[in-house]
Design a protein around this ligand. Structure first.
Ligand SMILES: C[S@@+](CC[C@H](N)C(=O)[O-])C[C@H]1O[C@@H](n2cnc3c(N)ncnc32)[C@H](O)[C@@H]1O
Length: 306
C-alpha cells in the first residue's frame, strides 16, 4: 500500500489518551517498554553522573518526571535511591492524562503524581526546585522537530547544578527485520510491516515531525545552555527483539482507533478497515520471525550551570 493517512495520525493525542478507553492496554505497553529500556541500559535507572549527584546531594533529593505515564520509572527510581541510601524529599510525576497513575495507596509517601500539561506555563512554585528532571519516550510531545520548548521547560524546573536525563528510542529509525541471510531458506516477507512503518513515517512527516532532532539532541541541550552534555546510544539487545516487536504491535493496534472507518470517510485513501487488514498481515509476518524495532536507545544528559 502506498497511500498514507495524511493528517490522520495525531501522535500526541494518541499517546495522551486511547480513543476506546482501553487505558490499561496503553499502560501495560508502557510497563513492557520500561523493562525493555532498562534491559538495554543495563538496568540503570540514573546514569552515573546523575546518580553520583543524587548520592552527594546535601539536601533531600527532589526529582520530576515529565510525561510520566503510569509512573513506572519513578517507582523504580524510588527503590533505587532507597538502595543507595539517598534521602528523598519528593519524587513527582507529571502527566497531562492522569488515567494511568498508580493508586496512591500503592506508592511510597515520597512519590506523588499530578495532572499537569508540562508544555504550558508551569506553576511558579515548581520552578528551580528539582535536582533531577527526567523525560522518556517524550518525542510525541515534540512538534516540528523542535525540542527547544521541551528543553526550556525542563531547564526551568531544575535547580542550578541540577541534571536533565532524557531517554528515547530512535523513532526516526523504524525498522522491520526479517531473518538474516543464511538464517532462513526463503526470503521472508515483511511487506506489511514495512507498509505500516511507511504509514507512520508519512503521517508524522505530513505534520512536520520526522524526529530528525534525535540525532543531535545533545547539541540542542548545549545550545539551550546545559553543560557537561553527554550522549549515549545503545543497540537494542537481539534477545529483546520479540518483546520490542510485541510492544510496537500493541501501539500499532491502538493507532487503528485514530483512523476513521470507511462509513465515516468513504473517500479516504486509508480507512480503518484497510489498516486493520494490513495489521493482521503484519502480525502474521512477525509470527514468521519478522522483528519490529527502532534499532537503539538514546540517553542524553546535561547539567544546568551552577
Ligand atoms: C509515550 S508515553 C511515555 C510515558 C513515560 N514517560 C514512560 O516512558 O513510560 C507519553 C506520555 O506523555 C503524556 N503527555 C502527552 N502530552 C503531554 C503534555 N503536554 N504534558 C504532560 N504529559 C503529556 C502522555 O499522556 C503519555 O503518558
Amino acid at each position: 500500500m502506498s497511500s498514507s493517512p495524511q493528517g490522520k495520525f495525531e501522535a500526541s493525542q494518541f499517546w495522551a489518551s486511547s480513543a476506546r478507553s482501553r487505558n490499561f492496554k496503553s499502560s501495560a505497553r508502557l510497563h513492557l517498554q520500561h523493562h525493555l529500556f532498562q534491559r538495554t541500559l543495563g538496568n540503570r535507572i540514573l546514569q552515573p553522573t546523575a546518580e553520583q549527584a543524587a548520592v552527594q546531594c546535601r539536601a533531600p533529593l527532589r526529582v520530576a518526571d515529565l510525561g510520566c505515564g503510569n509512573g513506572v520509572w519513578l517507582l523504580d527510581l524510588e527503590q533505587s535511591l532507597t538502595d543507595l541510601g539517598v534521602e528523598v524529599s519528593l519524587l513527582e510525576g507529571f502527566d497531562v492524562n492522569p488515567v494511568n497513575f498508580p493508586p496512591k495507596w500503592s506508592c511510597p509517601p515520597n512519590v506523588a503524581f499530578t495532572a499537569l500539561d508540562v508544555l504550558k506555563p508551569l506553576p511558579q512554585e515548581l520552578l528551580g526546585t528539582y535536582d533531577i528532571v527526567h523525560m522518556r519516550a517524550f518525542v510525541s510531545l515534540i512538534t516540528k522537530n523542535d525540542p527547544r520548548p521541551a528543553i526550556y521547560q525542563a531547564l526551568s524546573l531544575l535547580k542550578p547544578g541540577g541534571w536533565l536525563q532524557w531517554e528515547e528510542t530512535r523513532v526516526d529509525r523504524w525498522t522491520a527485520t526479517a531473518a538474516q541471510s543464511g538464517e532462513a531458506e526463503d526470503a521472508q516477507s515483511k511487506a506489511s510491516c514495512d507498509a505500516i512503518i511507511g504509514i507512520l513515517d508519512n503521517g508524522g512527516r505530513a505534520q512536520g515531525n520526522t524526529f530528525d532532532f534525535l540525532a543531535t539532541l545533545g547539541v540542542h541541550l548545549e545550545r539551550a545552555g546545559l553543560v557537561q552534555v553527554a550522549s549515549l546510544e545503545l543497540e537494542k539487545r537481539r534477545a529483546d527483539m520479540k518483546a520490542w516487536t510485541e510492544d510496537y504491535l500493541l501501539s500499532w493496534e491502538e493507532i487503528a482507533n485514530l483512523i476513521p472507518p470507511k462509513a465515516q470517510a468513504p473517500d479516504s485513501p486509508l480507512t480503518r478497515e484497510m489498516y486493520e487488514d494490513l495489521l493482521d498481515k503484519a502480525i502474521a509476518e512477525t509470527e514468521q520471525g519478522v522483528a519490529i524495532h527502532q534499532q537503539s536507545v538514546l540517553v542524553v544528559m546535561g547539567r544546568k550551570p551552577a
